[in-house]
Design a protein. Structure first.
Length: 148
């Protein structure tokens, strides 16, 4: 049964995932695993898929581990944590891949201050084609300066 504690755990997990995603993007994708992420910063793609798309497996795997902990080891918080990670991943896909990068041609006409700020922050992030000197590594939380 879904309780307020489940909803709280899902919400906190979702919010913490923004921090995890920011740190993963800055220190892993623009660090050790740049070879997987660098095609995402290039404009000329030979394929609809990018090596960068493999990063979803990292978070899907972590989410699956929490489902196993819930189902096999009776870790009560496992399922709401997995749901929070899943919902963040779904939101990431919708905002980053569909809204920002237009991999599917929907949500093209959304135009409000928040949408412009997210797009502007991401555009500045992609201005740097190398792994160094990057900025704005978050997805849902973008520094205030991009909303001006």
């Amino acid at each position: 049964m879904v309780t307020i504690l489940w909803i709280f755990t899902i919400t906190i997990t979702f919010c913490l995932m923004e921090i995890v995603a920011w740190a993963s993007h800055k220190y892993i994708m623009h660090g050790l695993l740049w070879f997987l992420h660098k095609d995402h910063h290039k404009k000329d793609h030979n394929s609809w898929f990018e090596r960068n798309d493999l990063f979803f497996l990292q978070f899907a795997g972590i989410s699956a581990i929490f489902v196993v902990l819930w189902g096999e080891y009776d870790f009560w918080f496992g399922l709401p944590i997995a749901i929070g990670i899943f919902l963040y991943g779904l939101t990431y896909f919708i905002v980053h891949d569909i809204f920002i990068h237009q991999r599917f041609k929907i949500f093209r006409n959304i135009d409000n201050k928040y949408a412009r700020g997210i797009r502007r922050g991401h555009k500045i992030h992609h201005k740097h084609i190398g792994k160094e000197d990057g900025e704005c590594f978050g997805m849902l939380w973008v520094p205030k300066k991009y909303f001006k």
